[in-house]
Ligand binder design. Structure first.
Ligand code: NAD
Length: 484
């Protein structure tokens, strides 16, 4: 094993797990690189005790004092950029360029957290003679962050800098498939000066997550992962009267109109469907081709053929995930769809035990097919044909998900029509991956998100804090009235 076994990190110390041990594979070559403990409720209990103990001192520092740690953390992320990039690439399988972009995004997220003293200012107003109202935001207490496999560095950084800078203490439960980056992030935060107990990492899977949802010492839970588990976590955490924000899966539709710029559309759609091997919640999954767009589809196929597994296309997280993706393609073909580019049965020379699926483009998919409805989470694009824009919008609107949707056109009026009618939280115009950059917030609609607010940017301030409203009267001359 290249890396020593992963341990939990509680109250500034490494703490062994108490249950089953799972092997950690590198999807790049299928080798076992480490092992991770599947911790029990007892470990969660210890982590909550540490976070509760750290909360009074941490939360009474000023916001300006707390963000000093994130200024240092940001510099350290830059210092260790290459090492963090290599770790992400190794445990998740994405290409070095994609892993570096992920670390850069974590730097941007941290920069946003350092701006919180400018954004999280209170309000005060004289509401009647001699009486003023003031509103300020307070941390929630101990919060939990549960993360998925596809962004081992970035998704923990969606929550850690903002939630901690705003005065909370945290239990992080990373994906058991990619536990290494989370521990390295934690070490770097300690190096930046984070006091012990403020961030605690519990490794594990279902049992640890259930213990988090049930623990009375945890005030709020954020979750990022599949819709199936997002629903379970949202229901369980809120039924235990916790605040919860749970981001789920996606099925993003790209509507392509005949007047779209051929070159830009083809390369953007190809990049969106294959980036991170299609394992991102903003990936193009379905292209709705309106009218005569055959030239764009031909060019798209040419573009996808330039994307080579093991070179500029990363690996799929596991053998099971690779098989699941290939099953979707095979089923669509059996139902009458036409495979224009086929990525099944891909191997990479020298990495024969790695998990790879090549870019796959499937034409003449119909809305009733499984591949049109479900999240595939691989480098696979299903093309659905329509003759009108309204039919295309109807297909997008009928999706259970609602993370992202994009339109490709040169017409401002038609673009506006799609922006107004698409049922998704993040919309793109001539952009394949419409991620809102800081200070805008990240979050979808429908079954792509449960709970109010978004997970990053300005909107996250409302999730990670609670408002306190104070009404004050100091002048005894103010007459007693109905609000005295
Ligand atoms: P997942 O739902 O399998 O796992 C997410 C987390 O939940 C992990 O930490 C895992 O240990 C835990 N978990 C798994 N099964 C559980 C169960 N039965 N009970 C309790 N906890 C459980 O997701 P994944 O496969 O790691 O990640 C891929 C998914 O995440 C995709 O669906 C993708 O769209 C989604 N995702 C969404 C966003 C977003 O912003 N909406 C961002 C990234 C990923």
């Amino acid at each position: 094993m290249k890396y020593s076994p992963v341990t939990n990190f509680i109250n500034g110390e490494q703490v062994s797990g108490d249950g089953q041990i799972l092997e950690v594979f590198s999807p790049v070559n299928g080798e076992v690189i480490s092992e991770v403990p599947l911790s029990s409720a007892v470990v969660v209990d210890k982590a909550v005790d540490a976070a509760r103990e750290a909360f009074p001192d941490w939360s009474t520092l000023t916001l300006k004092e707390r963000v000093q740690i994130f200024f240092r953390y940001r510099q350290l992320l830059e210092k260790y950029r290459n090492e963090l990039t290599a770790l992400v690439s190794e445990e998740n399988g994405k290409t070095s360029a994609e892993a570096a972009a992920e670390v850069d995004k974590s730097i941007e997220l941290t920069e946003f957290a350092t701006s919180l003293p400018q954004l999280c200012v209170g309000e005060i107003e004289v509401v009647s003679r001699g009486v003023e109202c003031r509103s300020e935001r307070h941390p929630l207490g101990v919060v939990a962050s549960i993360s998925p496999f596809n962004f081992p560095n970035m998704v923990p950084n969606w929550t850690i800098p903002n939630a901690l800078a705003l005065g909370n203490t945290m239990i992080l439960k990373p994906s058991e498939q990619v536990p290494l980056s989370a521990n390295r992030i934690t070490e770097i935060l300690v190096e930046a000066g984070l006091p012990k107990g403020v961030l605690n990492v519990v490794h594990g899977a279902q049992t640890a997550v259930e213990a988090i949802c049930d623990h009375p010492g945890i005030d709020a839970v954020s979750f990022v992962g599949s819709t199936k588990v997002a629903k379970i976590v949202y229901k369980r955490a809120t039924s235990n009267l916790k605040l919860a924000l749970c981001l789920g899966g996606a099925k993003n539709h790209l509507i392509v109109l005949p007047d779209a710029n051929e070159e830009m559309t083809a390369s953007d759609v190809a990049a969106s469907m294959t980036g991170c091997a299609g394992q991102r919640c903003m990936a193009a999954s379905a292209m709705v081709a309106v009218g005569k767009v055959n030239a764009i589809i031909d060019r798209l196929c040419e573009e996808t053929k330039k994307i080579v597994p093991g070179k500029n296309l990363g690996a799929i997280i596991s053998k099971q995930a690779k098989e699941r993706i290939e099953d979707y393609i095979t089923e669509a073909e059996a139902q009458g769809a036409k495979i224009l580019v086929d990525g099944r049965g891909t191997t990479v020379e020298g990495r024969e035990n790695g998990f790879y699926v090549g870019p796959t483009v499937i034409d003449f998919v119909t809305p009733d097919m499984k591949i049109a409805k479900e999240e595939v989470f691989g480098p696979v694009l299903a093309i659905l044909r329509t003759s009108t824009l309204d039919e295309a919008i109807e297909i997008e609107n009928n999706s259970a998900y609602g993370n992202a949707a994009s339109v490709f056109t040169q017409s401002g009026g038609l673009a506006k029509y799609v922006v107004e009618h698409a049922s998704a939280g993040m919309i793109g115009v001539n952009i394949g991956v419409p991620v809102p950059r800081e200070p805008f917030s990240f979050g979808g609609w429908n079954e792509s998100k449960f709970g109010t607010g978004d997970i990053t940017g300005k909107s996250s301030i409302e999730f990670w804090t609670k408002p306190k409203k104070t009404t004050t009267k100091w002048n005894p001359e103010a007459k007693t009235n109905w609000m005295s």
